[in-house]
Each structure stands twice: as structure tokens, then as C-alpha cells.
Design a protein around this ligand. Sequence first.
Ligand code: ATP
Ligand code: FE
Ligand code: MG
Length: 346
Amino acid sequence: MLGIETSCDETGLALVRGRELLADVTASSMDSHARFGGIVPEIASRAHLEAIEPTLDAALGQAGVGLSDVDAIAVTAGPGLVGSLTVGSAAAKALALGLGVPLYGVNHVVGHAAVDELVHGPFPERFLALVVSGGHSSLLMVRDIARDVVELGQTLDDAAGEAFDKVGRILGLPYPGGPHVDRLAREGDPDAIAFPRGLSRGKDLARHPYDFSFSGLKTAVARYVEAREDSGAGVPVADVAASFSEAVADVLVTKTIAACRAHEVDTLVIGGGFSANSRLRELAAERCAAAGVDVRIPPIRYCTDNGAMIAALGSAVVRSGVAPSPLDLATDSQMPLEQVVMGAVA
Ligand code: ATP
Ligand code: FE
Ligand code: MG
């Protein structure tokens, strides 16, 4: 299975055989976006166009196989940037047509969970997946990763990674701020500042048991920093980073474990770029152990965008016997999380 990922700024090409990873190569255009403080879609699309063939060649070389050894192709059909998605899907269609192999247009966010099978082996019959990234913070109930994914909750405003990037900007750190805030947080006191835990109490919690909200928290950080600057007291940057990180990890883990209990699930998979976050990893490990939940988090290189996640999901889809996508498959920048494979247009 050849997996092709081009939903954002990473061009990821990977090859798997079943659950065995043969090659995984990623080219990123992040350096070209950093000076703009965000992803510039037009730059990302052009970078995919330039990177896709050399990245494919590198992946084939790494696996020691030729194009004729490819039996099927999986490509990210959405969600993502429309121009970026188009480059990957055009390449996938051309290859599928040329090689005469089936094509599967799959969901990027579900892929962030699927990749864990390459690392920790087959999934149990049912499990929860927390997918936290730059664009998503979603809690999924999974009975079959290829066809039965139900969204229990999601963020009502900012995604976890997005909130970290915004706090990074507030603290004057380079873009993307997530990893920088994480690094700083390790030197600070997580209890120094009592930042709010969104949707965690009373009516808010009752109405949104498994939803998240991080924009109030981000505003609280901005207010705190402004007040300290105005009073000339100086900003305790590491303490702000640590207390903010604690608030995000605390809400994510508390709600996720509550969902595991309510749904009597004993396995949790965490994926997406934000699952690289060190405090989330620590707190999830600690509280899942206490709750008797087996937590599976792939190594960091499989958390950020890559081709392996798409190849892994493609493999799972084939195992489940789901029909391939049509060769004129459409991309969908807003592809719903419960749609794992892009079907024929009605
Ligand atoms: P989506 O998967 O929702 O389409 P995306 O593909 O842009 O979004 P990813 O590439 O999966 O997102 O994740 C990138 C995000 O993860 C960025 O917001 C980045 O700042 C954040 N991130 C990466 N490492 C860390 C870290 N150690 N701590 C906090 N945030 C991090
Ligand atoms: Fe992603
Ligand atoms: Mg990315």
C-alpha cells in the first residue's frame, strides 16, 4: 500500500505491507511559511508539486521496491487545504490509473489514529481515540477504524495545537509555537497560575461532556501577560507556559478518561501533532494507569503529518473490505470525521 499525505504543509509518502512499515519519507515546506507566522496555502500547494515525485522516489528506494510492486494507493481526501489536497489526489489518481490498482481516498484525522497499528499492533475490538493536532481536537469512539468511527466530542473553537501556537505568539516565540511552549513549560511551575479549564463545570460540562474549548484559556493567558507587562512586573514566561500546558493537558485527559469510563472502554489511542506534547503524554500515562486504561501513543515522528498514517489507514480499509473510491474521487477540505473513505459521488 502506497500512502500519500498532502493535506497541509507536509508531503508524506510511505509504503506498508499490512501493518508493517516499509518506508516513510516526509518533505516539509514549514520553513517557507515561518516568516509569515502561518501556513500560506499557495506556497504549500506549490511545494507539494515540487516535492511529490522526489519524495515518492525516496520512499520506493527506502523500501527497496518499484512502482510495479504497489498493489493499492491511499491518499488523503480531506480534511485539509484544498490546493494541497488536490496535488496529492491528482498524483494518486494518475498513479492508480497508470498502475491499474485501486485507489482509496481516506480521512486525514482518522489516519492520525490509524498509524498506531504500525507501532503497537492490531487494535482491540473497540477503543477511544483522542486526535489532537493543529486543526482538530476530537474524541472518537472506534469500533472499526475503516468504517465505524463516531465523534463523541470536539473543540468548539481552537484546536489544542492552534491554542499552543497562539500562546507561542503571545509569549514572543517563533512559529509554530507549540514545541517552543512545550520546551519552556518544562522549566516552569504548572501550579503558578490558575488558568481556566473550559467546559469543565456545571451546565457547561453537562451540555458538553466530551467537547473542548481553548479560546477562553488563550484569552486568559493574553490578559495575564498584558497585566504583568503593564504593571512592569515582568512576565514569568516559563510559569505561564507550564500553567497553560497543564490546563490544556488536564482538560484533555480528564474528559477522555471520563469518556472511557462511560463507554466501558479500556484502550485509548492518542494521535495527531499535538500528541507530541510532553505534558499530555505524561499526564495521560499517569492517569490512564490509575484508571486501568491501556494508553497507546505512537512515537513523535508518527504524530505529526506523515504518509505512514495514510498508508496504515488504507491497509485497515482493505482488511475491512471497504470498496475503493472512484478514480474521479473528490477531495473535501471539510471531510467529516465519521467518513473514513471517500465514496462515489451520489
Ligand atoms: P490537522 O491534523 O488537524 O489537519 P495539522 O496537520 O496542521 O492539523 P499536525 O501537523 O498534526 O496538525 O500538528 C501540528 C500542530 O501540533 C501544531 O499546532 C504544532 O504547534 C503542534 N505541536 C507539535 N509539537 C508540539 C508539542 N511538543 N507541544 C505542543 N504542540 C505541539
Ligand atoms: Fe495532521
Ligand atoms: Mg502539519
